[in-house]
Design a protein around this ligand. Sequence first.
Ligand code: ADP
Ligand code: MG
Length: 603
Amino acid sequence: MPDVIKLLSDHVINQIAAGEVIQRPASAVKELMENAVDAGSTKIKLLIKDAGKTLIRVIDNGSGMSDTDARLSFEKHATSKITTANDIFSVTTKGFRGEALASIAAIATVELKTRTAESETGTLVEIEHSKFQRQEICQCEKGTSISVKNLFFNVPARKTFLKSDQVEFRHIMDEFHRIAVAHSGIEFTLFNNDEQLFHLVTGTLKQRIMALFGNTYDQKIVPLTENTNLVSISGFIGKPEYAKRTRGEQYFFVNRRYIKNNYLNHALQSAYTELLAKDSHPSYFVFFEIEPGKIDVNIHPTKTEIKFEDESMVYAILKAAVKRALGQHNVIPPMDFNQETAFEIQPVKSTDVLRQPQIKINPNYNPFAEEAKNNLHNAGFTQPVRNEQQKAEHRNSIQPDIEIPPQVIPMEFAIEIKWHENWGKDYIIAMKDEKLVLINQRLAWEKIFFEEASAALQKNENLPSQKELFPQTIQVSAEDAGIITTLLPELRCLGFDVSDFGKQTFIIYGTPSGVESGVAPAFLESVVENYKNSRESEIKNPGNALLAKNFARKIASKNCKLLSPEEREVLLEKLFSLASPEIAPEGKKVFIELSPDKIESWF
Ligand code: ADP
Ligand code: MG
């Protein structure tokens, strides 16, 4: 057999290496912005064209480079940030491997202009496919401007793996947010296809968060601080009532470097214990300051994981700090919080006496009696249900048998029962077709709103809208503003009269009639969240009903309250005039029916 092993040429080696550091335009954005931060800049400007596929340009006012450094910076393993291997354990800069610029230069056309404060003239370097094209003196501002054009032009395989511009730009936005949150002392500007999306002036962390994610964050977050010998923790955490169904704004930074860490995420989330609804996630912006020697950053450059020397200690400190922050800001009811120190807050005091569940019944009450018609309000019975398990057992103990004729049958009577003060859900008991019907109010609204919404979206008709006496104004992040703008026609169908006011601001002139005013901001927020987690085709497709479901769920829970007899009638009439009222959009039963025989069989 002939010899088959060959040494790869330099440019193949470079391309392979580059692929590890620069996987998509967002990776180049991250590296270039980090270099600008490392250079001590106070102003950083990012310009993007076609999701970075055509142009990524970062302009900073940092230290700049001498003409020799300007050229050297593109060499492999060329860095000013470490000299010996030991230095790795004390690095405070984001970069230190000297790989980024070399990698980018291997797969794009790069133009660098740079000038230091001491030098009157700057240096221009142009490099393509790892080859220097020119280096000359130029006039430029102090600092560095670096343009990356035609990324992956010589790596077609990588290019075909890139996603749509929308997706690639979202990755760029993620990187931009991570760096902008971490450095509120730096002014950032972002232009996308010549449109200015952000101009973030310097300020506090809270001001930066509001500028990026909307001014409503003022109300949504509470400060977090903890200082120990091992680690200092600072930042903000979201109030539980604003937790989202999808992981939204969750940021951990270690020494201002963005990291992902499931273990610490668990610590944080578990500090909220009972405060969060199922499957909801709080926002957080948490900064850990720790001696560089106590963490291991010597991992792959594109990985965002980091190792702590004493991770379980950091876990405990974080959890306690979050509990304390929630308690101090009255997010936890004050009676549950009576400790000075951060460690362990007991959810139930030892002096609490646990009571047996009580059942109160009115022994004279007979739902089938004629007189009940005239005396509905006094006829109610209450049965406090103490916990989720009991509620679930209670629900399961009644076996529904659904055989409902579709025609509308007048209700003979209807009463409403509230099981538990804090439960927030209630049930309506009605007589229908000689059967006792137990209706879940929330699911009934959900079903009604869902049917109305999906019909309106499919026919492209507008549901009636009621004018707001005082139109509300909301300001959102640039990304969210883009999403709301695309969905404006659908929102109008649903009865939301929303106008784009520019500058990421929207004015809400009207909400769907019959719906409490004031729901619009929360609804828009959840629509945006859903949208981020679905494909546009899914959410915009009326047949798919994602938007209708989202609408129904949100509006129904807001609409759930103790109803007047008239309101109850409207609800029942609307519900039972639907073609199949028994099944809610998510497949749950809206009501169960009990025939006299069934009831008889219990006794
Ligand atoms: P690293 O950041 O790991 O050192 P890079 O390839 O990103 O490696 O950059 C190589 C070197 O080029 C840096 O160490 C730094 O000295 C210099 N450099 C890169 N970008 C800038 C910039 N924007 N301003 C000043 N110097 C820079
Ligand atoms: Mg770097």
